[in-house]
Design a protein around this ligand. Structure first.
Ligand SMILES: Cc1cc2nc3c(=O)[nH]c(=O)nc-3n(C[C@H](O)[C@H](O)[C@H](O)COP(=O)(O)O)c2cc1C
Length: 168
């Protein structure tokens, strides 16, 4: 609950690199997500090369924090692992994996920010070109990662007016 409630999108990072151990912990968190029929359609592209991080900013206007971020993870879906073609449950699977990584990042003292990719075609195709992602793999989201340069206040978000009991 602490990590969930404290999490905010963090877009300013220090120079501190992220260790392999921490990156692996984040990937494990992603792979712990629930998925439809346990299809686990995900692949994760870990990016630490500066030219690639900056390359994303050329086709994604709201990803400028990647110029400073020491790492990013691209959450992708493997269409060959989609158990429900035409249904699109893979989108929810990848969203769950993305959120797991964001919460784990918070718990490990990192700052992170979800970067929307799918279904924006220019971003999906931009990632394909930049990272040599094959046709049957769809890049779903990006996660900018780094140690936060400043603290952000979470504030309370509980809203009783959004809660309905036993019907609307
Ligand atoms: C599907 C999705 C796409 C998002 N895309 C971006 C993005 O491209 N760039 C960005 O800076 N933040 C992006 N965000 C982060 C949101 O702006 C942020 O979650 C929202 O403003 C709430 O703030 P908080 O995360 O600090 O609670 C995205 C979030 C989601 C869920």
């Amino acid at each position: 609950m602490d990590a969930i409630k404290q999490r905010r999108s963090v877009r300013d990072y220090t120079d501190k690199p992220i260790s392999e151990e921490v990156l692996t912990a984040l990937l494990e968190a992603g792979m712990c997500a629930p998925s439809a029929g346990n299809e686990r359609p995900w692949h994760f592209v870990v990016i630490t090369e500066r030219t690639l991080l900056e390359g994303i900013t050329e086709f994604h206007e709201y990803s400028k924090m990647l110029k400073q971020a020491p790492a990013a993870i691209i959450v992708c879906a493997d269409m060959n692992r989609d158990k429900y073609p035409g249904v699109g449950y893979w989108v929810q699977d990848c969203a769950a994996a993305t959120e797991n990584i964001l919460i784990a990042a918070q718990d490990l003292g990192l700052g992170a920010c979800w970067l929307g990719m799918y279904p924006k075609n220019d971003r999906v195709e931009g990632l394909r070109r930049l990272l040599n992602i094959p046709e049957h793999i769809v890049p779903f989201s990006g996660i900018a990662l780094g140690y936060p340069a400043s603290a952000k206040s979470p504030g309370s978000r509980y809203d009783q007016t959004r809660v309905h009991r036993n019907g609307w």
